[in-house]
Design a protein around this ligand. Structure first.
Ligand SMILES: Cc1ncc(C[n+]2csc(CCOP(=O)(O)OP(=O)(O)O)c2C)c(N)n1
Length: 275
């Protein structure tokens, strides 16, 4: 890795820590669920918005921008925190997250603030929307790319696989799916509910080019995201191995923190660990 790349990855790691601090603080105020889901995906979002995507606060309406669809829309606190840090809207709005009359709903909602591309939260829709946007970009001979972040539990839904077939049929190499594979869903371990393995082979069988990565190793995430499409005329999928609740010891890999939100003492410990 060059010195410059190492420096960039280091900067992103520090940004991800700041984002995690915002996330736990937002959940402590709103007392909303899904803090673990947001901590899980923080590194991926930082890498995309700060290193990889051609998207910024000034090109929100530009047809040629890269787009990010957070299909696991219940992790909206992570998306809002990253968008605020990237300058899409003032950071003070984060205190509006999921509170009465607040501007930031608990599931990612289009038009609530600049930068949210699509409303999500009903799992299983993001990849279809992404495939449609990617196909439209191809028709327009527009080089913009569409990144869709899926959760593992969501990949149990048939609609994901319909979109996967459609994308390879149409050779959508401008569509990139990143799977936040934290191995926990709402009611237990993914492998005990409906197992996904052999996961990579399934995507490959649906015509996607597959790579796997440690979803918390910033340098590796950036490197792999920068190398898309992996193959011309094929959609790319990155299976990112992650830990739900990453960064806060008592939230890590704990089903309870899919639902719980930190009280004042837990917030203090979490912020200390994320210092
Ligand atoms: C279609 C649909 N069914 C149920 C839910 C309720 N729900 C919210 S999060 C979640 C599961 C979360 O697990 P996973 O999808 O693996 O995401 P993670 O939080 O682990 O990233 C469920 C079932 C939903 N949002 N959408």
């Amino acid at each position: 890795m060059t010195k410059l790349k190492a420096c960039l990855a280091g900067k992103c790691l520090s940004l991800a820590k700041q984002i995690r601090r915002e996330i736990v603080s937002m959940h402590a105020v709103s007392r909303n669920s899904h803090v673990g889901s947001s901590l899980s995906v923080a590194d991926i979002l930082v890498a995309l918005y700060f290193c990889v995507m051609k998207t910024n606060a000034n090109n929100c309406g530009d047809k040629k921008r890269d787009r990010l669809l957070l299909s696991k829309g219940h992790a909206s606190s992570a998306l809002y925190a990253v968008l605020a840090k990237r300058g899409f809207f003032p950071k003070k709005l984060l205190s509006d997250y999921c509170v009465d009359r607040g501007k930031l709903p608990g599931h990612a909602t289009i038009n609530c603030v600049p930068g949210v591309e699509v409303s999500t939260g009903s799992l299983g829709h993001g990849l279809s929307i992404g495939a449609g946007l990617a196909l439209a970009a191809k028709h327009d001979k527009n080089k913009s790319r569409v990144f869709v972040i899926l959760s593992d539990g969501e990949c149990q839904e048939g609609s994901v696989w319909e979109a996967a077939m459609f994308a390879s049929q149409h050779k959508l190499d401008n569509l990139i799916s990143v799977i936040d594979y934290n191995k926990l869903q709402g009611f237990g371990k993914t492998k005990d509910v409906v197992g996904l393995e052999p996961f990579g082979k399934k995507w490959a069988a649906f015509g996607w080019q597959v790579k796997e990565v440690d979803g918390h190793d910033m340098a590796k995430i950036i490197k792999i995201l920068e190398s898309v499409p992996f193959v011309v005329k094929k959609p790319s999928v990155i299976i990112a191995h992650t830990v739900k609740g990453k960064g806060v010891s008592f939230m890590e890999d704990s089903l309870a923190w899919h639902y719980k939100s930190p009280g004042p003492d837990e917030l203090k410990i979490a912020l200390r660990e994320l210092a």
